[in-house]
Design a binder for this molecule. Sequence first.
Ligand SMILES: Nc1nc2[nH]cnc2c(=O)[nH]1
Length: 444
Amino acid sequence: MRNFFQFEQLGTNYKREIIGGLTTFLSMAYILVVNPLTLTLQSVPDLPDSMRMDAGAVFVATALAAAIGSLIMGLLAKYPIALAPGMGLNAFFAYTVVLTMGVSWQSALTGVLISGLIFIALTLTGLREKIINSIPAELKFAVGAGIGLFITFVGFQNAGIIVNNDAVLVGVGDLTHGNTLLAIFGIVVTVILMTKGVKGGIFIGMVATAIVGMVAGLIDTPKGIVDAAPSLAPTFGAALDPLFNDAGSIFTIQMLVVVLTFLFVDFFDTAGTLVAVANQAGLMKNNKLPRAGKALFADSCATVVGAILGTSTTTSYIESSAGVAAGARTGFASVVTGILFLLSIFFFPLLAVITAPVTAPALIIVGVLMVSSLGEIDWKKFEIAVPAFLTIVAMPLTYSIATGIAIGFIFYPITMMIKGRRKEIHPIMYGLFVIFVLYFIFIA
Ligand SMILES: Nc1nc2[nH]cnc2c(=O)[nH]1
């Protein structure tokens, strides 16, 4: 096992990998609660039952998709990167596709399934790998740093530290609110542990926050430890129904748009996440992602499996960087995360303690770790500084990893060409320029 995962070469051991996998799981566990709430459109009252997915089935689908995706990633690509249904695409699935466009959730799942199959095809032809490896090193660092800002922003929001402000979009929240105070406690504890160089500081910080939350009465003590798993039957295989019974609802322009959006966002989000986490773990070689094809294959398989089980796009999670920060370096950590997701199906009552104030400190501190790649960018070269900077700031400001990548990648060939560095631009970067310009024209 140690040889299979190359523990020696990567300077790691079972303890680090297990703590890393556990930390990643705890950082991601919120999706088990959030995904069913989102996909069943809980925030929208008075919907006909037929428009709502079954919450129990979505919960099991979420846990199984995360488990299977993380296990494939760990065993096949051997990266410490775990997967689960992505936030952002789950909101797009529920609020845009089902609620606004009026597409049935079954057909929306078919859209996810088709986008996953196209993904596998792109991966098997090697095109996806080629695209990722054609991205210049400095933009890759920018993507990592931008995702760091994005994840910190998500953490601050979850903590209630940054809130909506109608006049200027964002503002400081009520810092005396119980959950916000608990999150601030978690941030301070985690910062102290990390500054002292305590291994697993992020994980210990989460445990301490959860315990203090329970003592303070902000987090309910779990009602039990184990419970029977809900039935998967209401969503299992529903993605295939429209293909056999209602093909007319699939072959429409509207569905084409939906499938392309799923495909586009997942493609570039995954590319950014894989590179950022691999960079952080020191696993990149000569600016290239080793075994990129396998990692991408694992990601696309997870989307297909997730769609059949009954969830929106399953993707590589940036929260994996919390596990890497806690010491994870190999696929063993992803196997640990995957097994925990599998077990979580029965341990649902225990998961109730993983609330937003518990996960927020981890997200914020992970952001600090991820922006360290800013130091690798040559800020004195304006032609590099502009696309790098725009990639970085656009991610939190547009709340989209993919949009940040798109903006930066549009500016890169422009500034490089004007500076007379045309020869350094990989031909694929021109192709991406055209695709991203079309993307903006399209979403406009
Ligand atoms: N990379 C990435 N990480 C996430 N963590 C939670 N949701 C997402 C997502 O959609 N993409």
